[in-house]
Ligand binder design. Structure first.
Ligand SMILES: [Zn+2]
Length: 188
């Protein structure tokens, strides 16, 4: 399996002009090896393996770590658990909350209809997709559904917290990009 280095290039962090042979191909092993070098936080390391090396076996540990992160933020900011009398249900909620963050980083809100192209090819008349330039983030209603909570409750209480937590996931992603870019620079 080769990794789509284009995804990295799309972030504009690497300049490949003048590199002989064009876009380098990295194998999943290369990426895994590069991610394992240095000192990425564990969350970033696993997220990198999932996103850029297609390694789904890390998902369980990643879920747990991100869930832990979210709960840590909650404790610090004194959130009230969604189901104070049902710890298990609250934990499941935070797990789904965490998975939502992971999914957003892995799939980058790519629109399902046009696959991120911005052009709807479902009929033979191609037309502009009604998404936002190939992006179609989940609606708040869908997010609530995914986390198993009432939509109103999500809108009022949890959505802002989610957006805050998501910033950390974007930081992990930025660390991955930086890390892989450095590796590619050194090995071109
Ligand atoms: Zn679309």
């Amino acid at each position: 399996m080769t990794v789509n280095v284009m995804a990295l290039l799309a972030h504009g962090s690497i300049n490949y002009e003048g590199v002989p042979g064009g876009t380098p191909q990295l194998t999943a092993e290369d990426v895994a090896g590069a991610l394992g070098m240095g000192s990425l936080p564990r969350e970033a390391y696993l997220l990198g393996l999932l996103k850029y090396a297609g390694d789904k076996t890390v998902l369980h540990e990643l879920d747990t770590l991100v869930q832990k992160y979210v709960i840590g933020v909650g404790v610090k900011e004194k959130w009230r658990e969604p189901w104070p009398n049902d710890k298990k249900r609250s934990l499941v909620f935070f797990k789904q909350f965490a998975r939502l963050m992971i999914n957003e980083i892995v799939f980058e809100n790519l629109c399902d209809v046009c696959k991120g192209t911005g052009i709807d090819k479902r009929s033979n008349k191609f037309r502009k997709c009604n998404c936002n330039d190939g992006k179609r983030p989940l609606t708040k209603m869908k997010q609530a559904e995914f986390c198993g909570i009432f939509e109103k409750c999500w809108r009022v209480r949890w959505h802002t917290r989610y957006e805050e937590c998501l910033k950390q996931a974007h930081k992990w992603h930025a660390q991955i990009i930086f890390h892989l870019s450095e590796y590619l620079e050194k090995n071109k």
